[in-house]
Design a protein around this ligand. Structure first.
Ligand code: 4NP
Length: 157
């Protein structure tokens, strides 16, 4: 059965689309079946494609994210996804506040899945330079690999 994962940042145009793409690529590499999506806690960019700098860094790393469109996280997501993974601590706090009772989703911080990076945020590159998008990609990929390991370990436990 497919494991479902939702990645959440603030705007759903910079970081969470990168995490979505990195995790999809990692799952494909490992040959496991996943349903992956991303969303934002905010609604400013709903319906828009990812930031052109995120599209560019993904393309430099061999992934096309141009077809993704931003959406806002909703209460139904907490019932639909097995894992909801926040890109920073504010996103995680917002998710905890909006989590409905009885929801199945496990909430976590992306870099908590990376040994030695626990508690770290994927820094918001929105007001930064291209190099900040390279850092966001590297963090998203490390987090995606760590999350895949977490899921595999949980299935084997
Ligand atoms: P994201 O980046 O949360 O990684 O998508 C941001 C995008 C837009 C804004 C903030 C962060 N904004 O304030 O519009």
């Amino acid at each position: 059965m497919a494991v479902s994962v939702l990645f959440v940042c603030l705007g759903n145009i910079c970081r969470s689309p990168l995490a979505e793409a990195a995790f999809r690529a990692e799952a494909e590499r490992l040959g496991f079946d996943v349903q992956v999506d991303s969303a934002g806690t905010g609604d400013w960019h709903v319906g828009r494609p990812p930031d052109r700098r995120s599209i560019a860094v993904a393309a430099r790393n061999g992934v096309d994210i141009g077809d993704l469109r931003a959406r806002q996280v909703s209460p139904a997501d907490f019932h639909r996804f097995d894992h909801i993974v926040a890109l920073d601590r504010e996103n995680l706090a917002d998710l905890r506040r909006m989590q409905p009772g009885g929801a199945k989703a496990r909430l976590s911080l992306l870099l908590d899945h990376v040994p030695g990076r626990e508690g770290d945020a994927v820094a918001d590159p929105y007001h930064g330079e291209e190099e900040h998008f390279d850092i966001a990609w590297a963090d998203a990929l490390a987090g995606a690999r760590g999350l895949a390991r977490t899921i595999i370990d949980a299935e084997q436990a």
